[in-house]
Structure formats: structure tokens, C-alpha cells
Write a protein that binds this ligand. Sequence first.
Ligand SMILES: [Zn+2]
Ligand SMILES: [Zn+2]
Length: 259
Amino acid sequence: MLVDSHCHLNFPELSNNMDAIRAAMQSHGVGYALCISVNMREYPQVLEVACAHDNFYATVGVHPDYENEPPLTVEQLVTEASHPKVVGIGETGLDYFRLTGDLEWQRTRFRTHIRAAIEAGKPLIIHTRAAADDTLRIMREEGAHRVGGVMHCFTESLEVAQQAIEMGFYISFSGIVTFKNAASLKEVAKQVPLDRILVETDSPYLAPVPFRGKTNQPAYVKYVAEEVAQLRNIDAETLALATTDNFFRLFKHAKPCNS
Ligand SMILES: [Zn+2]
Ligand SMILES: [Zn+2]
């Protein structure tokens, strides 16, 4: 049984097809999905999706690509994070690829999320793009090791992965690891310790091969997992067991359905 550790099921491409999405998960052996918040306006929809289904969980946070959002406070995040379906804080982090100019507001908001995660005792979902050094520096300065979390949709070097792992973080691979031109990322996927790997879709984006360019969905995390297993020369079942174990170890507030 696999877990999709990162998807956006409240986005209309997916939320309008929930029955088909859930049926596909079942037929692909995907038992659980973590629904990720990108801003506070849409967060109630994320929570609603998670609350409607036992095997879905939610996070609360504001994605670094959303610039013009109302000010966000630690208290606000901590309050929302007290909901039993909310198992993590994010997605948060830094993105110097999509946005340029003075991004001090992004770094400030990232710190707010880390402080909230520590106060709430729930792990972080971190997005980092073209900003690895600042991301690791701020994680270190704010003591992110106290809660840990996941470096989602990982595309950085093994060295960056190792520094995050030392801070108690997990490395999550997305459909990008299935792309032909992702040679260096495939190498990282071979090296990261098995007990620190998660898999995700980031759906509706980033559909893995053989669906590249199409709308992604949680069922397709199977193809990500198969690629990672193949790269590591282990069977898909071993990888599925390990990543599912890892997920429930990290997100300890996520209750498996049979417990
Ligand atoms: Zn992201
Ligand atoms: Zn995302």
C-alpha cells in the first residue's frame, strides 16, 4: 500500500472527479493521500476534502509562490493546526525561480511557518526551488530539526538531501524522477537512505512517465514508486512498505484507517 505524500486534491481538475480519483487510487494500491494547502483562502477546501474521507489528511500553510496574501501569523497557523485532520504545516519554503526581486517577505513567511510547526508539534512540508542555501540556512537558524518534515518534490543535490536528513527531514520524490532528462536526480534517489524516502505526485502537476504532460492524480504515485524501486534495485513492494512506514512515522498525527 502506497501513500501519496503531497497532492492538491482541492484543485478543480481533481475535486470535480473525486469518485474516479478514489477508484483509481484503490486499483493502483494507493491507500492514503496528504492534501496540501497553498493559501489560507483555499485551506478550508483542503480541510473539507480531508474530512470527507478517512484516508485523506490535510496540511495548513501558504505556498511561497503566493505573493499578495494577507499577513500570516504563528498564532493563526497554530490554531488551524490544532484540527485533528491537520497533520503538518505547509507547504512553505522558498522559490527564487518563479519569483524574483526582494524576496525578504518569502523568508519571513517561511520563518513564521517553522515557528508555528515547532509550537504545534507538527512537521513541515518544505518547497525549495533555486534557493537551497537559504532554505537550509533558515531551517538551521529556526531550529527546524525540532519538528522535522519533508523536502517535497525534491530536485536538489545529494549534498542538500544529506543536510536536510541530518535535520530530521525526509526526501520526497515526485514524477520528475521518472523523466529521461533527470539523470542527477535519479542518482540522488539511489543514494538517499531507504528509511528517509517518501513518494508523491504533487498532482495535478508533474504527471510521471507514461502520463507526462497530462493531469496528474494520486494513483500515479505508483509509477514514481516503481521508478525509485527500480533505480535502487529493490522490489516495488519493499519500497511501498518502507515509504508508507516512513510517512506514518513522520506524520504521527495521521491515523491509519484500521487503527
Ligand atoms: Zn511545491
Ligand atoms: Zn505542492
